[in-house]
Design a protein around this ligand. Structure first.
Ligand code: FES
Length: 274
């Protein structure tokens, strides 16, 4: 039977409420809920950055902070070393809060300017309609040969990578679509790589640009067909519970079984809920 009971953490003075379970770690609960608490040492109990004041509630302190008498009287605890046992009411000192970072998803002018100047003019992802003449007595070379010849001529590339999985589909798709295909491909200088073959009707393709920072993760969803931004979002990087900087996170991955996997899963979780 699961003995964990549902609890509520109330953060004063805003009366903000967070649901959790007994046995949960207070710092993790706060950071999961996007409150954003500092944790320079990654929860080792050595940096004193994650201090919160407990007004009342049930909890177990696994390590007491070294503090002045005045702070001790106010009931400061290291949130990384507090196991929740019941409802709690806390106050978070300004010093313990992660500084509100500007999550750069709304800086539309700069983004649009950069995008138009650097990316839209010479995009990596491209779509091209390719029409092949059917094989004839004059040109009876294989479909792949004819395709490559025409594609290179029309796109001005010198080298083309064509994955085997798509080569297998080429012959059938060409015949099914009256020798005309919509080709999605990636351009690197004079080199190209085919990534998809479809009927010649243009479809929308989307790209996700991510900026993964130690504190925040920001993303933009772009329609690659017309270079229009569809959505943008940003969140605190949930990896923060493993330390504020890269070194703490490297230490975490080295000192814990499956540490690297845990960090990777946490990042994916951040991106998924962005
Ligand atoms: S003491 Fe460093 S995170 Fe709590």
């Amino acid at each position: 039977m699961d003995n964990h009971i549902k609890c509520t953490i109330t953060i004063q003075p805003d009366n903000e409420k967070i649901d959790c379970y007994s046995g949960d770690n207070l710092l993790q609960v706060l950071n999961e809920s996007q409150v954003g608490i500092r944790s320079l040492c990654g929860g080792e109990g050595t940096c004193n950055k994650c201090l919160v004041i407990v007004k009342n509630g049930q909890y177990r302190e696994l390590k007491k902070p070294q503090l002045s008498e005045e702070k001790k009287d106010k009931n400061y605890v290291l949130s990384c070393k507090v196991e929740i046992e019941g409802d709690m009411e806390i106050k978070i000192p300004e010093k313990s809060r992660l500084r509100k970072q500007q999550i750069l998803t709304k800086d539309e002018d700069d983004f649009q300017k950069n995008f138009e100047q650097k990316i839209a003019k010479d995009p990596v992802y491209r779509q091209q309609i390719v029409k092949l003449p059917p094989p004839s007595l004059v040109d009876n070379s294989a479909d792949l040969e004819r395709f490559k010849r025409i594609f290179k001529k029309e796109t001005d590339i010198e080298e083309l990578t064509f994955p085997y999985s798509l080569i297998k589909e080429l012959t059938t798709k060409l015949r099914k679509n009256d020798w005309q295909l919509s080709v999605s491909w990636i351009k690197y200088g004079k080199r190209g790589q085919i990534i998809d073959l479809d009927s010649a009707t243009k479809k929308d393709y989307y790209g996700l640009a991510l900026d993964i920072g130690t504190t925040t993760v920001a993303g933009k969803l772009i329609n690659l067909g017309n270079n229009v931004e569809i959505a943008s979002a940003g969140k605190y990087n949930k990896q923060i519970k493993f330390g504020e900087d890269v070194i703490s996170r490297i230490n975490y991955s080295k000192n814990h079984d499956q540490g690297l996997k845990t960090l990777q899963r946490t990042l994916i979780k951040t991106i998924t809920y962005c």
